[in-house]
Design a protein around this ligand. Structure first.
Ligand SMILES: Nc1ncnc2c1ncn2[C@@H]1O[C@H](COP(=O)(O)OP(=O)(O)OP(=O)(O)O)[C@@H](O)[C@H]1O
Ligand SMILES: [Mg+2]
Length: 580
C-alpha cells in the first residue's frame, strides 16, 4: 500500500527525485574518495617529505569536499521539496475525496479519524520520503563502497570487517525488531488520545453539567499514560542503540589499530592506509546506522499509508451520473417520491420503508412522527445526501440519480436539523446560499427569517463575526440564519428539518407568514412538531418507525389515523401549556 501510494503520488516529482538520486550518488562517491586521498597524503607526502605533493593532493581534497558539500545540500534541498510537496498533495487528495463523501462514508470512517489521517498520518509518510531522500541512495553505496575501498587500502585487515559489520547488523537488527511493535502501537494510541480529546472538547459543556470531569480526566489520563508507556519503551530501546553502536565502533577501531599496527611494524602496510581503513570502517558503521533509522520509519509509515489509502479508495455511495439529465425548467419544484426505502449499511431493518407521496409547486408537505421515526433520513433522501436502497426520488420529474448533483443542490434550500454555520461573517454565510446575491437580497432574506432585528442590533451588521459552527449565536438565532441562507438561494424546493423548533410560538408564526409569499412558486417539505405548522400543510405524511401510517390533510387524518391523533393531542397539550 505504501509503495502504491508513493508511486502514484510521487510521479509528478520524478525530476526532483532523479536530482536527489544523482546528487546523493555524487556526494557518496566524493565521501568515499576522501579517505584514500588522505592516505595518499600521509604515505606519499608526509612520509616522503614532498611538500609539493601534499599541497597538490590537499587541493584536490578540498575540491572533492566542496563537491560533497554541494551534493548533499542539493539532495537535501530537492528531497525536502519532494517530501513537502507530497505531503501537500496527499492532504489535498484526502480533502477532495472527503468532500465527495456522503454522510454514510463520513460516518463509516469517523470525523476524528479523518482528521488524524489528513494530518498525522500524512506527516509520517512525508517523513519517510524526507529521510529516504537523504539516506536511501547514500547508505547502500556507502556500505558497499566502504567495504571495497577498505579492502583496497589493506586487504590484510579485511577479516576484521567480516567480524565487525555482521556484529553491527545483528545488534542493530535486534534493537530495531524490539522497537517496531512499539511504534505500531504508538500510532494506535495517538489515535486514542486524539479521539478522547476531541470528544471531551466538543462535549465540554455536557461534561461539566453532568459533573463528569473527574471521570473524563481519568479516562484521558489513562490514554495519555498508555501512550507515554509505549513511547518510553521505544525510547529506551532507542537510547540503548547509540551506546551499543558506539561500543562496537570503538572495539572495531581498537582492533584495527592493534592488528594494523603490527602490520605497519612488519612493513606490510602504510600508516596512511591504516588511517584510511579506519575512516572506511566509520563510514560503513554510519551507513548501517542510517539504514537502520530508515528501516525503523518504514513500518510506521506503512501503517499510515494504509490508513490514507483506505480514505482515498473509499468511493462515495452518491455517485454523479456519467450523463446527467438537465433540470427541466418547466417542472421546477415537482417532487415525486415513489416507494422509497433506506437502510443504513449493516442494519437489517430499513429506517425509511416504502414511502410514497407527491407535491407540486406552491404546496407544503409536513412530515410528522415521533423522534427516531426517520424524518431526517427522509429529507436526506430527497436532497440525495444519501441514496435510496430501493424506490425512486424524482425532482422536477427526473430521478435524482440522473441529475447533476450540483444542479440538484443549487435548486434546493435545505435547512438541517442542526443548523450549521461556517466561521467567517454573517454575510459570508448568507452568500453560501447564492454567491451573487445583492445586499438588498440578503436583508430581504433576513427579514423573512425574522433575523433582521438581531443582525441589525450588532454593531458590525452583516459583517458580524461567526465562530466555528456558529457557536457565538443562540440556537434560535442559528436556526434563523440557516433559514435566511436557504431563502437567499430562492430554490424551487425547500427542505426544513425541524427548523422552527428553537423559536417561540410568536416568532414561529411571524416567520411562517413571511415565508408564504416567498414560497408561492416553490414546494416546501417541512418536518414539524407544532400543530400550527402542520395545520397549514396541503399534505401531511405521518411516519412511524419509517413507515407511512397516515397520508392526507389534517381533516382526513384526525378522522382515520390514530398515530396522528396522538401527536396532535400531545401537541395541543403543549400549546395550551405555553399559552397558560
Ligand atoms: N448514521 C446512522 N447510522 C445508523 N443508524 C442511524 C444513523 N442515523 C440515524 N440512524 C437511525 O435512523 C433512525 C431514524 O433517524 P432520523 O434521524 O431519521 O430520525 P428523526 O425522525 O429525524 O428523529 P428526530 O425527530 O429525533 O430528529 C433512528 O432510529 C436512528 O437510530
Ligand atoms: Mg431528525
Amino acid at each position: 500500500m505504501l509503495i502504491r501510494l508513493l508511486r502514484e503520488h510521487l510521479a509528478p516529482y520524478r525530476r526532483w527525485l532523479l536530482a536527489v538520486v544523482l546528487l546523493q550518488g555524487l556526494g557518496v562517491v566524493a565521501a568515499l574518495y576522501l579517505p584514500s586521498l588522505n592516505a595518499d597524503i600521509i604515505d606519499n607526502g608526509i612520509v616522503a617529505g614532498d611538500t609539493g605533493y601534499i599541497v597538490r593532493v590537499g587541493a584536490v581534497m578540498l575540491g572533492v569536499s566542496a563537491v560533497q558539500l554541494l551534493a548533499s545540500v542539493g539532495s537535501a534541498w530537492y528531497g525536502a521539496r519532494t517530501a513537502m510537496s507530497l505531503g501537500r498533495d496527499l492532504r489535498g487528495a484526502l480533502f477532495h475525496r472527503v468532500q465527495t463523501f456522503s454522510a454514510r462514508e463520513v460516518n463509516q470512517l469517523g470525523a476524528p479519524s479523518l482528521i488524524t489521517r489528513t494530518t498525522n498520518d500524512v506527516q509520517q509518510v512525508q517523513m519517510l520520503v524526507a529521510m529516504a531522500s537523504i539516506i536511501a541512495v547514500t547508505s547502500p553505496i556507502m556500505m558497499v563502497g566502504g567495504i571495497v575501498m577498505a579492502l583496497r587500502e589493506d586487504a590484510g585487515l579485511g577479516w576484521l570487517l567480516g567480524v565487525v559489520v555482521p556484529a553491527l547488523f545483528v545488534a542493530v537488527g535486534f534493537v530495531v525488531s524490539r522497537m517496531v511493535p512499539s511504534f505500531r502501537l504508538m500510532q494506535v494510541r495517538i489515535d486514542a488520545v486524539n479521539r478522547i480529546l476531541r470528544e471531551q472538547v466538543a462535549g465540554i459543556r455536557v461534561v461539566r453539567a453532568f459533573v463528569r470531569e473527574p471521570y473524563e480526566t481519568r479516562r484521558f489520563e489513562r490514554a495519555n499514560d498508555d501512550l507515554t508507556d509505549v513511547a518510553l519503551r521505544a525510547g529506551r530501546w532507542m537510547a540503548s542503540l547509540f551506546p551499543i553502536v558506539i561500543l562496537l565502533v570503538n572495539l572495531g577501531s581498537v582492533a584495527v589499530i592493534w592488528f594494523g599496527g603490527h602490520r605497519v611494524d612488519a612493513g606490510e602496510t602504510g600508516v596512511g592506509s591504516l588511517t584510511a581503513f579506519l575512516s572506511y570502517l566509520m563510514l560503513i558503521m554510519m551507513s548501517v546506522m542510517m539504514a537502520t533509522f530508515m528501516l525503523m520509519q518504514v513500518p510506521r509509515s506503512a501503517v499510515c499509508a494504509d490508513r490514507i489509502a483506505e480514505v482515498l479508495d473509499t468511493r462515495t455511495s452518491v455517485t454523479p451520473p456519467a450523463d446527467p439529465v438537465p433540470l427541466d425548467p418547466a417542472r421546477r419544484g415537482w417532487l415525486d417520491v415513489e416507494g422509497v426505502s433506506f437502510a443504513y449499511p449493516g442494519a437489517a431493518d430499513p429506517v425509511v420503508c416504502d414511502v410514497s407521496f407527491s407535491a407540486r409547486p406552491g404546496q407544503t408537505v409536513a412530515v410528522v412522527g415521533s423522534t427516531g421515526s426517520g424524518k431526517t433520513t427522509l429529507l436526506n433522501l430527497l436532497a440525495r445526501l444519501v441514496d435510496a436502497t430501493s424506490g425512486t426520488v424524482r425532482v422536477a420529474g427526473t430521478d435524482v440519480r440522473q441529475l447533476d448533483p450540483d444542479e440538484l443542490w443549487s435548486d434546493l434550500g435545505l435547512v438541517p436539523q442542526k443548523a450549521w454555520l461556517f466561521s467567517g461573517t454573517v454575510r459570508a454565510n448568507l452568500l453560501h446560499g447564492r454567491p451573487d446575491a445583492t445586499e438588498a437580497d440578503l436583508w430581504a432574506a433576513l427579514e423573512v427569517a425574522q433575523a433582521r432585528d438581531f443582525v441589525e442590533a450588532m454593531p458590525e451588521g452583516l459583517d458580524a463575526p461567526v465562530s466555528q459552527g456558529g457557536s457565538n449565536f443562540s440556537g434560535g438565532q442559528r436556526q434563523r440564519l440557516a433559514i435566511a441562507r436557504a431563502v437567499v438561494r430562492r430554490p424551487s424546493l425547500y427542505l426544513f428539518d425541524d427548523s422552527f423548533s428553537a423559536l417561540d410560538v410568536a416568532t414561529d408564526a411571524r416567520l411562517r407568514a413571511a415565508l408564504r409569499p416567498v414560497t408561492t412558486e416553490a414546494t416546501v417539505v417541512v418536518v414539524a412538531q407544532r400543530v400550527s405548522t402542520i395545520l397549514e400543510a396541503d399534505l401531511i405524511v405521518v411516519l412511524d418507525d419509517g413507515r407511512v401510517v397516515g397520508l392526507g390533510t389534517h381533516a382526513d387524518l384526525v378522522l382515520d389515523c390514530p398515530t396522528y391523533r396522538e401527536i396532535v393531542a400531545s401537541q395541543l397539550g403543549v400549546e395550551e401549556g405555553d399559552a397558560a
